[in-house]
Design a protein around this ligand. Structure first.
Ligand code: NZQ
Ligand code: ZN
Length: 381
């Protein structure tokens, strides 16, 4: 266990109907006027929009509506949101939706306080401050509700880059598992893949760690698999949705990587290029990349892969564990080959070039050169 600082400032309010308290939470935090950001149709279809605005009205919080965030949020819409937030003089951002809405909300929170273009903060400029962010989560997957990351795609340059800053941790995140019951089957599966990806990156790549961290990771993966198997059969199973939701939050809130050293996120690095170029769902891209990367990487950490096979799937040997994970992805109807999402093998070099730029940005460019990324992607054909 290496030295570390763990400081997660997000207050989590978890349970049925808790979204009705959002007005009170904002009022208690001293907020009077917010930018209320959301996605496309789901929030209105479910009646959540009306419940949120009723809660804001009850607490005397005025709001500026900003809908239309797309899955894999884009820079142009983010920039417009920054303009709106500046013009309307909002004091905070209230993001209600999945990871895409939360991420764009965080980016707008940064841009609103900056005097330059928000994209600068994705390409390396340090974030100096942000409006306070409050969230009501409707899709469990990304962990954005309890972390300092925001991922946005620059649709002109096809760069899917992230901000990582303590300033964008949400102040309060409301997690009501009931809200996730309407998440479609495919996105429920992609959420499971994403949560697993978040914990295995550190688990396999870390140069040193601890048994506690390994067990946390294995516990999260087993929980995600068990609860997802229930959710696939019974989408409205509250206990399964609840455990899944909390597992996904813990998967990327700093808990499982505290005390690790020299870990990296190569699967995310490669996937971000797939969703940047082809606009596929993040979890779908990860289900394709992960088995390929594991096959390529496993010889570098054979004991860790053997442990994974044994502890998570009760199987012997690295290859058996990788197959078991891939089979499970296929069983929940997540794609595991590029062809399943119509990405031609002939595009691999172009994708690898895009990903190699992100690898350099993340400081892993020495290992993940363009030709290495292409070699990994060939295993996903
Ligand atoms: O736009 P609406 O109509 O709301 O539909 C959304 C969207 O089409 C729908 N949805 C959300 N909640 C629903 C619902 N439909 C019915 N009922 C509900 N309760 O689901 C679709 C997908 O939503 P989205 O927010 O895009 O999914 P997700 O939460 O998986 O977020 C993906 C984004 O997060 C990024 C990804 O790269 C991707 O851009 N990530 C963010 C991370 C972070 N901030 O830490 C880490 C991740 O690794 C990831 O990169
Ligand atoms: Zn992810």
């Amino acid at each position: 266990m290496f030295d570390f600082v763990f400081h997660n400032p997000t207050k989590i309010v978890f349970g049925r109907r808790q979204e009705e308290t959002i007005g009170e939470e904002l009022k208690n935090a001293g907020m009077r006027r917010v930018l209320f950001i959301y996605g496309r149709n789901s929030i209105k279809r479910s009646g959540l929009f009306d419940r949120i605005t009723a809660s804001l009205d009850r607490s005397g919080i005025s709001y500026v509506e900003y809908g239309g965030v797309v899955s894999n949020p884009v820079l142009s819409h983010t920039r417009q949101g920054v303009e709106l937030a500046r013009r309307e003089g909002v004091e905070a951002v209230l993001a209600v939706g999945g990871g895409s809405v939360l991420d764009e909300g965080k980016a707008i929170a940064v841009g609103a306080l900056a005097d330059d273009d928000v994209w600068n903060y994705f390409t390396g400029k340090e974030v100096a401050g942000a409006l306070p962010v409050f969230t009501v989560l409707t899709l469990a997957a990304t962990g954005s509700e309890m972390n300092g990351n925001a991922v946005v795609t620059n649709e002109e340059t096809r760069q899917k880059y992230n901000i990582g800053s303590p300033h964008v941790y949400p102040r309060v995140s409301i997690l009501n598992p009931e809200l996730t019951i309407s998440v479609p089957r495919d996105y429920s599966a992609y959420g499971a893949v994403d949560a697993i990806a978040h914990v295995i990156e550190g688990y396999f790549t870390r140069q040193a760690g601890s048994h506690l961290q390994d067990r946390l990771v294995e516990g999260i993966i087993k929980t995600v698999i068990e609860t997802s198997n229930v959710i696939m059969r019974e989408p409205d199973n509250y206990p399964a949705r609840a455990e899944f939701m909390w597992a996904a939050t813990l998967a990327l809130n700093g808990l499982t990587t505290a005390g690790l050293r020299e870990y990296s996120f190569p699967n995310h690095m490669i996937e971000h290029s797939l969703s940047a170029i082809y606009n596929i769902a993040h979890g779908a891209g990860l289900a394709i990349v992960m088995p390929a990367w594991m096959k390529w990487y496993s010889a570098r950490a054979p004991e860790r892969f053997a442990r994974f096979a044994r502890e998570v799937f009760g199987r012997e040997g690295a290859a058996a564990g990788i197959s078991a994970l891939e089979e499970w992805f296929a069983a929940i109807d997540a794609p595991v080959r590029l062809g399943e999402v119509n990405i031609p093998a002939g595009d691999i070099d172009m994708i690898a070039a895009n990903a190699a730029a992100l690898a350099s940005k993340w400081g892993i460019g020495d290992l993940y050169r363009r030709e290495v990324i292409a070699e990994i992607l060939q295993l996903a054909v």
